[in-house]
Design a binder for this molecule. Structure first.
Ligand SMILES: Cc1cc2nc3c(=O)[nH]c(=O)nc-3n(C[C@H](O)[C@H](O)[C@H](O)COP(=O)(O)OP(=O)(O)OC[C@H]3O[C@@H](n4cnc5c(N)ncnc54)[C@H](O)[C@@H]3O)c2cc1C
Length: 351
């Protein structure tokens, strides 16, 4: 089989399929993590998903991350920086959705978890299962494990047509893991790019302990609006810089800066953690989330071409969902009953 795309989803699919004994070649037009994976924040979240198929996949993937962690850590110097830190959704009004996965916190409990939060925050929901990882390290480590199991990697090789790659590699199956560019192959739901900016601060001592975000982030994730949307998402990293997101806008693959987006990120973060107002931003970057119109990943066989399979469309959750997607795809390709129901992710679902 050939996997097109060496982002985190292609890497996870390669690992899972190589482990099942499949003969795997991974092809990418760029280098390692040349697409959105190199611009992701690295949150592995169950807290931002409503009950339903995406949460089921997130819970499954969360388990697979924990299973894969040690093996991946050995593959990159310094490890993949997986932190089982938990996520905290905070509110100024007290309005937060109840979840069986969360512990409700009052103002004092929130401050015990995050002492530097704004005094305006009056309530929170703490999700112990949420984690964080360094996405580029994790993807490279997954590819390294896949290679140790016999997979081959061909970088700087653009695929133009599925039938060419089948002929060139002698594969019987091609898996489309091209993320925001996935609409170029086959007839799955047409994925579009959804741009997001991130601010990266100077390195700081560990003043922010969990992944912290404001309750309006949940509405932004669920919305399909093309216009700029922003909410505050803040997390420390083991190296010290704090990452500040999240914006969402559908502007194609435009790489032009958006000062309004950056302004909203900075002011939102300072409102949540007032000490951030005095901290320098070292750089900003952006990436393109692979957005599927019905907000669900696309995983399975193409409705019109039985040699083409898909694993893409994870929007702002592809880092978290990658290991579960790899295992699901591997099971489907080898005819094993998967650990999660594949039907909602079927590429032919819109028909
Ligand atoms: C600002 C931002 C923050 C994010 N934060 C998070 C987060 O905290 N948690 C989370 O889970 N997700 C997050 N995401 C989303 C996550 O980054 C993506 O869902 C994920 O990286 C998608 O991975 P992928 O492997 O599908 O795609 P990509 O990483 O884009 O990989 C696709 C690959 O396909 C290759 N390719 C494309 N076309 C061809 C071709 N014709 N021939 C050969 N190769 C080709 C590209 O070069 C690329 O390397 C964030 C995204 C952004 C933009």
């Amino acid at each position: 089989m050939t996997v097109i795309g060496a982002g985190i989803v292609g890497a996870a699919c390669a690992l899972a399929c190589a482990r099942r004994g499949l003969d795997v070649t991974v092809v990418d037009r760029g280098g390692l993590v040349a697409g959105t994976t190199g611009s992701g924040e690295g949150n592995i979240l169950v807290s931002d998903k409503a009950p339903g198929p995406e949460l089921d996949l997130a819970l499954y993937s969360n388990e697979v991350w924990r299973r894969w962690e040690d093996e991946l850590d050995e593959r990159v110097p310094g490890g993949i920086e997986l932190e089982r830190k938990g996520g905290l959704i905070v509110s100024r009004t007290g309005a937060l959705p109840a979840s069986p996965l969360a512990t409700a916190c009052d103002a004092a409990e929130v401050r015990e978890l995050e002492p530097h939060l704004s005094p305006e925050i009056v309530a929170g929901s703490f999700f112990p299962q949420d984690m964080q990882v360094q996405p580029a390290r994790a993807a490279v480590a997954m590819l390294a494990v896949a290679r140790s199991l016999g997979a081959r990697l061909q970088l700087h090789t653009t695929v133009h047509r599925v039938r060419d790659v089948l002929a060139d590699t002698g594969s019987d199956v091609v898996v489309n893991c091209t993320g925001a560019w996935a609409a170029q192959f086959g007839s799955a739901p047409a994925v579009q790019p959804r741009r997001g900016f991130i601010l990266v601060t100077e390195p700081l001592p560990p003043l922010i302990r969990h992944k912290v975000y404001s309750a309006d982030y949940l509405d932004n994730v669920a919305s399909g609006d093309a216009d700029l949307q922003s909410s505050t998402v803040v997390e420390g990293t083991p190296a010290g810089p704090v990452l500040i997101g999240a914006t969402r806008e559908r502007v194609g693959f435009a790489r032009t800066p958006n000062p309004e987006a950056l302004h909203r990120l900075a002011s939102g973060a300072a409102a949540l953690f007032p000490f951030l107002a005095g901290v320098r931003v070292m750089r900003t970057y952006h990436g393109f989330r692979p957005y599927a119109p019905d907000h669900l990943p696309v995983i399975g066989r193409d409705p019109d071409d039985e040699r083409l399979w898909h694993a893409h469309g994870h929007e702002g959750a592809g880092i978290g969902l990658a290991p579960g997607t790899g295992e699901l795809l591997g099971d489907l390709l080898t005819g094993v009953r998967p650990g999660v129901d594949p039907k909602p992710f079927d590429p032919g679902r819109a028909r």
